[in-house]
Structures are given as C-alpha cells and as structure tokens.
Write a protein that binds this ligand. Structure first.
Ligand code: GLU
Ligand code: MG
Length: 443
C-alpha cells in the first residue's frame, strides 16, 4: 500500500512587473539548489500585460523570445501558517529578469532599480534608505467605523495582529497598523531599509497583507480610490540619503528648513521631473481621481514642511527623548499609489533626484500654503506647476522629458507606452465611479 500523499512545500520565484503585479513560477522547495544559478523560464511579452490581463497588441516582443527569472536568495520571504491553519506557507524569492546567457534584460524593473542604486553608490557616494507606507480598504462585513478610533482598531484587531505577525516573520519589520480617515480604511507602515530591498519590502507588504485577507476571507484593496465617495489610498515613499559610512546627508541644521544643499538639488530634481514621473508613480487612469487638490495627496509639484497637500514633504522630526534629528530627517514622496510598480517608481524617482544633483537644480517650488490657494502669479514665481490631470497627459509629459527618457532603457519605455496605451483604450468608456470599482478589483 502506498503512503498517503501530503502537499509538497513550494517556493515561487517572482517578478513584480511594470504595472506592479507580482507574478512567477513555483517548484518544490527542496529543489531550490537546482534553480539557484539559472532560475526558471520567463516570457518577454509577459511584461506587456495590462492590469486588465490583456497583452498590449503593439508590444515589442510578440510571441518571440525566452528569458530567465534569476532568484536573489537574499530576498526570500517565508511566512508560515496564518489564520487559516491549513494554508500552505507563503514562500517566495524576488528575481531579476535576464537573457538566457545571463545578460540583464532591458525591461526588468528590479534591474533598473539595482542599476540606479549602484549609480548612486559609485557616482555620488550615496546610499538610499527608503520605506513605503500603504493605505488600503478592508471590507470585513462590519459596520463602518469612525476615523482613527479604538473601535476601528478593535474591528480590525484580528486581521492586524495576524498581519503584524506575518510581516515580522517575513522579515519586513512592520511598524504600525492603524485605522485611517476613510471608511474601512487602514494603513500599514514598516521600517526603512537600504537599496533594492526597500522596493522588495513594498511588494512583501502588499502580498503578505493580501495573504492574510485571503486566509480570513476578507475583501481587500490597495487601489487609489475604491468608490466615487471613498477616501483615497495613497502610497507614501519616505527617502533618506546616507553617505557610504551611513551618515545622513539630507539634513543641515544651518538651513531654514533643515534641507542640506545635496537634499535641495535632489528635491529640485524630483519636482522638476514630477509631471513626467507621474506616468510611473500614478500610472493608471484612476490614479488621477486621487491626485486632486484637497485629497491630502498631491496636485502640484512643490515641497512643503508641514503640508500634506505637497507632493514632497519634509517629514516631522522629534527632539523628544534626545533623538537625533539628522537620523530621522527624510523626504516623503506623496504622488504615488499602489497601481505603481515599487521598483519602477522608486527607480524613476531616484533618477529624477540624481538629475537634480548632477544639474545642480535650484529648489524654489516650496510652499506651506495649500498650493491651489496661491494665484497663478505666485505659483509661477516659485515655479510650482500643476501635475498632469490624467494618465494621458502624464504619458505626454514623459514623452517630452528627454532627460528622463534618456535615462531609461528603450525596451522598458517602449513596452510601458504600449501597455499604457492599451490600458487607456480598454478603460476609456468608464465613468469615474466605474473606474474606481474596476481598479478596486484589480489592485
Ligand atoms: N489618504 C491620503 C492619500 O491618499 C493620505 C492621508 C495621510 O496623510 O495619511 O495619500
Ligand atoms: Mg495615511
């Protein structure tokens, strides 16, 4: 008589693609060694998938070509059984997409970010420390809660407790689980980490959060706006720059807002290229339902200190408890949502900041007022421009931005324009309310 079968533990090599969706292939975990050096197969046209699951017709790859997904073993995430005791462990490894002979593949967002992190180190002597904050909607069948309340915490307590436990097990260093302003809206934050691992961690947060919701049978969405009357879900990217010895570089106690000269050039670069950057950081039609004035997101390219309407915010630091201000000092990029690829969006943001440093751009677009309360002359005097009002306009800004385009691999840009053009055509008939519902199901 043969022994009763048990499910084999599986490990998945994943890539999080240009539209921020995590895909991959699984094998029996005890065969990892076999996949270590040459990874598993992958298909170029997969990168041209739209969120609607249709491969863009005009993509550069068509039916041709073969690639490898090479696991980066240092990025492995293993989370044991959660609320559903019968659910198999979540076990995945982030991979880089390469040609079959090992050369990097031009349209891999993780490779793009890795290259940019190396450029910061080699050309600027700078390390990047970053953390992504995520807001999301959790529909658990319970009554709507009031904003920020203990009641909301208690309604989400079982989910939140499992989530914190799973994130910790997965090496994500969770910080806080909190009820947000919106109905059924929560936020999860984690500690910053260096380099590519920061974007991997954003993916880990999304996938582990989804896993806990799946195991508990709850509906969850990270989409920027899940209904016409919903409070928006943002993704805020906190960035600090360090020298190669780990000393903070953004802070200078001698300036009025604490931003060092290097930090000013970096911020000026981000703001200068922001209208084009939006094509990557606010990359779906529904992103522009969020990027509007009075949404505490961003609608103008400006820096603010205590201003949640600014696209780039100098985060508050505390001097309580003798904490070092320089070590806490960071810039928060707010014009982002979870329809963006963390790797691609972070890479594009870093490229813009580096161009600002290399071009020694001056930082004028600063305001602690609500930017749309300034008049046109006041905004023009400070170089504060409005962000694009739609994905179509953001893509036009990207096409026109020679410096940003030149810094991105042609294969990646071509694929990206193809899939975004297809996505726009697939969604053009949807009303704003329908767009919200459509993307709430996809993200
Ligand atoms: N929900 C806001 C957004 O869409 C952010 C609110 C906050 O500052 O936490 O970005
Ligand atoms: Mg928040």
């Amino acid at each position: 008589m043969s022994a009763r079968l048990a499910p084999l533990p599986m490990t998945t090599i994943v890539t999080t693609d240009l539209i921020g969706i995590t895909r991959g292939r699984s094998f029996p975990s005890d065969e990892l060694e076999h996949y270590q050096a040459a990874g598993c197969g992958w298909v170029p046209a997969n990168s041209a998938l739209t969120p609607q699951d249709i491969i863009a017709s005009s993509n550069p790859w068509g039916a041709y070509g073969d690639l490898r997904l090479i696991p980066d073993l240092s990025s492995r995430v293993i989370v044991g059984n959660g609320p559903d005791a019968a659910a198999p462990a979540l076990d995945f490894i982030h991979g880089d997409i390469r040609e079959t002979d090992g050369r990097p593949w031009g349209a891999c967002p993780r490779t793009l970010l890795r290259d940019e992190i190396e450029r910061y180190r080699d050309a600027l002597g700078v390390q990047v420390n970053a953390a992504f904050e995520h807001e999301f909607n959790l529909h658990a069948g319970f009554a709507e809660h009031l904003a920020f309340t203990l009641e909301a915490q208690r309604q989400g307590a079982e989910f939140g407790g499992w989530l914190l436990s799973a994130l910790r097990a997965g090496g994500v260093e969770p910080e806080m689980f909190l009820p947000e302003y919106g109905k059924h809206q929560y936020e999860i934050t984690c500690r910053p980490t260096l380099g590519v691992a920061a974007a991997d961690r954003a993916v880990n947060v999304r996938e582990i959060t989804r896993e806990i919701a799946r195991q508990m049978g709850l509906d969850l969405s990270f989409a920027p706006k899940t209904a016409a009357d919903a409070v928006c879900n943002g993704v805020h990217l906190h960035v600090s720059l360090l020298d190669l010895g780990g000393q903070p570089l953004l802070y200078d106690a001698g300036t009025s807002n604490g931003l060092s000269t290097l930090g000013q050039h970096w911020a000026a670069g981000v703001l200068h290229y922001l209208p084009a950057l939006c094509a990557f950081t606010a990359p779906t039609p529904v992103s522009y339902e969020r990027l509007q004035p009075h949404h505490w997101s961003a609608s103008y390219a400006c820096l603010g200190q205590q201003n949640r309407e600014a696209a780039l915010r100098i985060c508050p630091t505390v001097s309580l408890g003798n904490k070092s201000v320089a070590a806490q000092y960071n810039l928060e990029f707010r014009a982002m949502d979870a329809t963006a690829s963390p790797h691609l969006a972070m890479a594009a943001l870093l490229i813009a900041g580096r161009l600002g440093i290399e071009q020694r751009l001056a930082l004028n677009a600063i305001t602690d007022e609500i930017p749309d309360s300034l008049n046109d002359e006041q905004r023009a005097a400070r170089g504060i421009v409005a962000l694009p009002a739609s994905l179509t306009l953001a893509l036009d800004c990207l096409r026109r931005s020679e410096a940003l385009s030149a810094a991105l691999p042609a294969a990646l840009l071509e694929t990206y324009f193809a899939l975004k053009t297809e996505e726009l055509a697939l969604t053009e008939q949807l009303s704003p309310a329908d767009l919200c519902e459509h993307y709430a199901r996809l993200y």
